[in-house]
Design a binder for this molecule. Structure first.
Ligand code: PAF
Length: 269
């Protein structure tokens, strides 16, 4: 496994390589990331993982500062899973300019959920993805369904620029108690992890009722009784029509964002 820190070097290493699988991450790797790596390896792709905590996608500075960083463990995980290249850029490799001006405007699917509650978040995500993809000319891009809205927005961005990159959506990996694996779980104590488990099981057991309800205040109340102070949204979406829905179809997913002990968690099922 090679660890590469500069844009020029990673571009050089990957030049003329035909079958590249790229897994962009912000580090603090867990079994969810590992499942993406494994998918890439299974396809016999030259597997590249980037680790870069992108300041541009944090609408809250405190959230950026406390984002967990576990670089030496991350590298061990990559090595164990036979990653070929880890791209570990400093901020200046990604954003060499003094003043970063985000030119891309996202109109697609961003007025809901994460787009609504985290202004500028998706613009920051697309900016970093755009720049990473300049450094890593990949054929396949592996993205997790846990960040479903991100997955759809990145796919649409690639379509809009006529990119040939194939996006591989990967299922959410869950802990035994049902919670989606996430780097942010590292910030939770055991009590909060147990509470998150109760919440996700409550949501799963009531999925159809949540979808069909015109007013979800009773569900919000119940979630708050588990100890949640703030819920940004609990909403059912038709992923084909990209609209809120009260119909349970194969395209319907329920999305939630809530705070537990000051940590913002998202999930969908
Ligand atoms: O999903 C993430 O970890 C990040 O949003 C991504 C895609 C690596 C961009 O920083």
């Amino acid at each position: 496994m090679k660890i590469i820190k500069t844009a020029n070097k990673i571009a050089f290493e990957l030049q003329n390589k035909k079958k590249i699988g790229f897994i962009p991450t912000m580090g603090c790797l867990h079994k969810g990331h590992v499942s993406l790596i494994k998918k890439s390896k299974k396809k016999k792709l030259l597997t590249v993982v980037s680790i870069f905590v992108n300041p541009l996608q944090f609408n809250n500075k405190k959230d950026f500062i406390k984002y967990p960083k576990t670089i030496s463990t991350d590298l061990k995980i990559c090595k164990k899973n036979k990653v070929d290249f880890v791209y570990l850029p400093q901020k200046k490799e990604i954003y060499p300019e003094k003043k970063i001006i985000i030119k891309n405007k996202i109109h697609f699917f961003k007025k809901y959920m994460e787009g609504k509650f985290r202004p500028g978040h998706f613009e920051g995500v697309i900016e970093v993805v755009k720049r990473l993809l300049k450094h890593i000319k990949t054929n396949y891009l592996f993205l997790g369904k846990k960040d479903y809205q991100q997955l759809i927005i990145i796919k649409e961005y690639l379509r809009s620029i006529n990119s040939k990159i194939i996006v591989v959506p990967c299922d959410t990996i869950r802990a035994k108690n049902g919670i989606a694996l996430s780097s942010r779980n590292k910030l939770l104590d055991q009590k909060s992890l147990n509470t998150a488990g109760k919440i996700i099981n409550f949501l799963k057991n009531n999925k159809n009722k949540i979808i069909k309800s015109k007013d979800n205040s009773l569900f919000l109340k119940k979630i708050k009784e588990f100890g949640v102070k703030k819920i940004d949204y609990l909403t059912a979406f038709d992923l084909k029509k990209l609209k809120k829905t009260n119909k349970s179809t194969v395209n319907t997913r329920v999305f939630i964002a809530y705070y537990l002990n000051g940590v913002r968690l998202i999930d969908n099922f």
